[in-house]
Write a protein that binds this ligand. Structure first.
Ligand code: AHR
Length: 506
């Protein structure tokens, strides 16, 4: 049994938590929209075709802002295809995912769905096959409150009021050779700067996200951020990070170090952004929008890609990227959420990629049920309990050796504090050793001027770390109770190997 010790001191504040840290991402990809959130004729679907059972689960998940409509898809998307009478909309080839896009769902339908789930819209513009003018057209159509040809069309399409979208992504993964319209950093930086400036002429209050690297492992990582920010520093508020993690070669211990990899990625991007600020003699701070993060079994053991959409023809809504998540995946995932909270001062927005059926916490079957994957639990609990301010919780812990970051602490933690109490999020990354974490609550109790009790405490763990929820057994894995106890000022938390937990102190 390993022993770990920590101290919860409210003075170790990181930052107020921006609710946009708990964002999601919906792309026109596979069965995400069609046969996922939208399935006319399903017993749970409303007259609008949207499944109410899925809406309930998305509400329970607690996603704030949702990025739309891609992803790789956006780099070939004509947004005008998705407005106007549905039966007049064109069917188009989607080159990114080798599928046929029917355009039954577009901006209006998606905005209506967001109203039902209670989330805000974050839009991405196409800077792959298109440019500044089309971005301006979309912005005018979506946001302008004046009488113009575009806003007349919006009203004729049933939405006289502007959609009021504040956060916009300037393209998607433009550093990736797979991206339609892939560019070098200089060309992309110039286009993004010019597009951002024009968008701000239309609406200065926008919050704009410029594309960073698609992964820390990209050959251009670092120089891409520097060059892009040299062009766009004055025009944007955020730079994006994207990162997906998976277990490789049956090395669960290495996989469990993924949170440290994410931390190194964030800290490197922040350093580059601040270095560009220094060269510009500016005290402006560019924030990170971690707008794609998740576990994704993207690579096969040979380093190739697992899903091969081009082998399926041009189907509508094919089964793509339908990863099944284990308890191990969910523990790593929970640690990624801890990492985001630990960087809440600079990561002011993040989008779990994605939401339904496609590398998703929620799965559905056509004509059948919807269910929660293992990753659903850490997300919904963190989104609900992480309120107020994020607070650092340094842990003295045994370590294990990793290739990605040398010695890695087996136990990791972060806390949040608000007017009613505190929440604590913990992970045991060890595959072999249980741990007992003792947290000194003295500084917290002194600051609050009263005692606290454990109000709720949840554990994600299974003796079979590869256990998962499936269509056949949708409730095989759930959360159980974490046996946290307070004695005086000491909070004791037992953590089995490969486990994630959280608790609320009030
Ligand atoms: O989320 C799946 C894909 O991953 C997105 O379309 C793309 O942006 C990234 O490469």
């Amino acid at each position: 049994m390993a022993v770990a010790a920590a101290r919860l001191d409210p003075h170790h504040e990181i930052a107020d938590i921006d609710r946009r840290l708990f964002g999601g991402f919906v792309e026109h990809l596979g069965r995400h929209i069609y046969d996922g959130i939208h399935e006319p004729g399903h017993p749970a679907a409303g007259a609008d075709g949207f499944r109410r059972d899925v809406i309930e689960l998305v509400r329970e998940l607690g996603v704030s802002t949702i990025r739309y409509p891609g992803g790789n898809f956006v780099s070939g998307y004509r947004w005008e295809d998705g407005i106007g009478p549905v039966d007049e909309r064109p069917r188009r080839l989607d080159l990114a995912w080798h599928s046929t896009e029917t355009n039954e769902v577009g901006l209006h339908e998606f905005a209506a769905w967001l109203e039902l789930v209670g989330s805000d819209l974050m839009l991405a513009v196409n800077l792959g096959t298109r440019g500044t003018q089309e971005a301006l057209d979309l912005l005018e159509y979506a946001n302008v409150d004046a009488k113009t040809a575009w806003t007349d069309r919006r009203a004729a399409n049933g939405h006289p009021e502007p959609f009021g979208v504040t956060m916009w992504c300037l393209g998607n993964e433009m550093d990736g050779p797979w991206q339609i319209g892939h560019k070098n950093a200089g060309d992309y930086g110039k286009l993004a700067s010019q597009t951002a400036k024009a968008m701000r002429m239309l609406d200065p209050s926008l919050e704009l996200v410029v594309c960073g690297s698609s992964a820390r492992s990209m050959p251009t990582f670092g120089s891409w951020e520097r060059t892009v920010l040299e062009h766009t520093f004055d025009d944007v508020d955020f730079i994006s990070c994207h990162s997906y993690y998976q277990e490789r070669g049956d090395d669960a211990q290495e996989f469990l170090a993924s949170g440290v990899d994410m931390a190194l990625f964030i800290e490197a991007v922040v350093s580059i952004a601040d270095a560009v600020a220094a060269t510009k003699k500016s005290d402006k701070r560019i924030m990170v929008s971690f707008d794609e993060w998740n576990i994704w079994y993207l690579h096969d053991e040979g380093g190739g890609q697992n899903d091969k959409p081009e082998e399926k023809g041009w189907p509508v809504a094919p089964r793509l990227l339908e990863d099944r998540y284990s308890v191990l995946d969910a523990v790593v995932f929970g640690d990624l959420l801890i990492t985001l909270l630990q960087h809440a001062d600079r990561v002011r927005s993040a989008s779990l990629a994605q939401l339904v059926n496609v590398i998703a916490p929620i799965m559905t079957e056509p004509g059948g049920p919807a269910w929660r994957q293992t990753t659903f639990f850490p997300f919904s609990l963190t989104s609900r309990l992480a309120t107020g301010r994020a607070v650092r919780v340094p842990v003295v812990s045994p370590t294990f050796a990793s290739a990605v970051a040398g010695d890695v602490a087996a136990v990791n933690a972060v806390a949040t504090i608000d007017d009613d109490g505190a929440s604590l999020f913990v992970v045991n990354r060890s595959t072999s050793e249980a741990a007992t974490l003792t947290v000194d609550l003295g500084p917290l109790l002194a600051a609050l001027g009263r005692d606290v009790a454990v109000d709720e405490a949840h554990l994600l763990h299974d003796d079979d770390m590869y256990a998962a929820n499936t269509l056949e057994a949708p409730e095989r894995v759930g959360r159980t109770t974490l046996d946290a106890e307070i004695d005086g000022t000491a909070l004791t938390i037992p953590l089995p190997p490969v486990s994630w937990g959280c608790l609320r102190l009030t």
